[in-house]
Design a protein around this ligand. Sequence first.
Ligand code: F6P
Length: 353
Amino acid sequence: MRKIGILTGGGDCPGLNAVIRGVVEKCATAGIEVFGFLDGWRGVLSARGRWLTVKDVEGIQTQGGTIIGSSRTNVMACENGPETIVEVMNAMGLEGIIAIGGDDTLGVANMMSKQGTNMIGVPKTIDNDLSCTDNTFGFDTASNIAMEAIDRLQTTAKAHSRCIVCECMGRHTGWIALQAGLAADAHLVLIPEFPMGFDEIVSLIRRRYLRGERFTIIVVAEGFSLKGADEIDLGTDAFGNKLLMHKNLAKNLSDMIERAMRADPLLGADAQHFECRPVVLGHIQRGGAPTAFDRVLGTRLGIKAGELVIEHRYGRMVAQIGNSIVDADLDKAVTVRKEVDRDFYEAASLYFK
Ligand code: F6P
């Protein structure tokens, strides 16, 4: 009897359960048993998990989270981490592992693969920043959640003539911020790929104010860095440490905008009461049921991963290119980050006004 393991690692992501279901269903067609390790690589290191049957995965594509749990476990930092993985696999009779994860989780799979252990990667991140695939599942759900939140911020910002700075997830890239911001008509989207100075940001809000549009929605990706941020004095904490812009990014930006607008002599007396509020969407973006797009993409990727197992084609990552599900180079996927391209940013910036 052929047997494989499966795990979900890193931040959870709507669509993970669809992948698990696709893998289990496809493997079952060839009589291959699937062991679901609990909590990502941590579960492999301690041989914890359970066998997953077709019955176990019935209908789970509708649920967020992951039925086998997740963790951020750095196998390299664990004593004899890679050796333990091989020992556990041998003891359980597993011929390979399907690792569903982002750059960290797939990085381990890639390293194990290079050392001769059978691995297949499934790209996962709401951030959408993995290369060799057009989309990662979870991104669509996260962007839709952020879009709906920004739609709501529009009406309250307008009612109070306020500026609202809405922070979206995206540690290294601005995919969610730009997708959601463009869809919900944000007046400015700030992303890591295209740094901007504070003066440019305030002058947009000021221009809007002067033409009678006294509310502004700014969407910022959490990884955004303000040009010249190091020179900005935000004061110190209780221990005298310099406060950093990227910690509390939305709050810092919001406070700075409020101060700058209130102090602007050209805006008139009303502007002395100008208000700006920070909103951090945080983990709400990762929670809840996946969209149809993510359920289907996850399912198709899972089926493809199962197909690679059946065909003994290890060392690959499944991916979406156009409308096809293909297999791609695992090594390249984890070493090159997919950033927002200038074309997309420029198209969106037509609406920065
Ligand atoms: O990598 C996905 C992601 O959601 C990032 O956008 C975010 O910075 C991070 O995970 C948050 O991680 P955690 O759940 O560990 O706080």
